[in-house]
Design a protein around this ligand. Sequence first.
Ligand SMILES: Cc1ncc(COP(=O)(O)O)c(C=O)c1O
Length: 332
Amino acid sequence: MKIHDNVLSAIGNTPIVRLNKCVPRGNFPNSPNSRHEFFGKVEFFNPGGSVKDRIALSIIEDAERKGELKAGGTIVEATSGNTGVGLGLVGLLKGYKCVFVMPEKISEEKRAVLRAYGAKVIMTPTGLGPEDPNSHYGVARRIVAETPGAYLANQYHNPANVKVHYETTAPEIWNQMDGQIDVFVGGIGTGGTLSGVGRYFKEKNPNIKIVCADPHGSILYDLFYHKEVRTPPASYLVEGIGEDMLPDNVHFQYMDDFVQVTDQESFKACRDLAATEGLLVGPSCGAALAAAIKYSEKLTKPSKILVLFPDGGRSYLSKAFNEEWLKTQKIN
Ligand SMILES: Cc1ncc(COP(=O)(O)O)c(C=O)c1O
């Protein structure tokens, strides 16, 4: 029988899909005759709907092995949504209580999913720094301190995050592409995906370029190129990527380039993916695609470019796929 004992073993092994229509075909300024190929690793096929299911399982099983999370315990996390969904799913099936703290800008759809899994959701004001006790990070820290048996998943700093991408996401891509890949593009939220996949690919072939899509307003671009923050952090609308602090899980040594993208570019690419490829994915996928296309313009030989699409578009129907909302945000 090929039956999953429960939904947790259905995490991972997501498909890679060739992008046919939403990407330019040749005529790049620096490489007029080149014809790059673009592919998407589509992570919404995970049971919780995002790449974060992978780290949820890895972080919780690591904590269980180390005895840091025991029966009857409570999983706590500051999360922009997807990690909460993954942890909610893992917590539900393994019998832990879950409490998630998130900024108000996160869509109502994402909060509703967490409640459906039986988790408690606490909202905090958007735009507070990580050291602020009222930020989602600060509130999560306080709940852990006050709750016996609580475990902070700590996705930004927990090495089990990078590890699972090194052990699953990257080898999956490597096998699916038969090792034929020139450029990997993704965003950084915690850094787990790019650091884990980056390390694996660099070990396999140091010529593979690891490229980060960074929203304008994030400080990562400055930190990567200048080792200091030159433009102060600013708010932007794409959820899940970009940073106003430097997580331990960001390992710059495996990365080659950072490409800045605007909300406008990210939301347009996101909508193009749905309208032309039938891939209803989230805005951070649009950001990654927009960065991949910009990056490809400076490549001088035909390249295979793999873009990681972290989540699906259904969580953003009231935003990215709503004309009225886009108008109020002045991004269409
Ligand atoms: C929607 C979305 N895209 C991208 C990412 C970035 O992935 P990572 O945390 O592995 O850097 C996240 C993570 O927070 C996310 O929620």
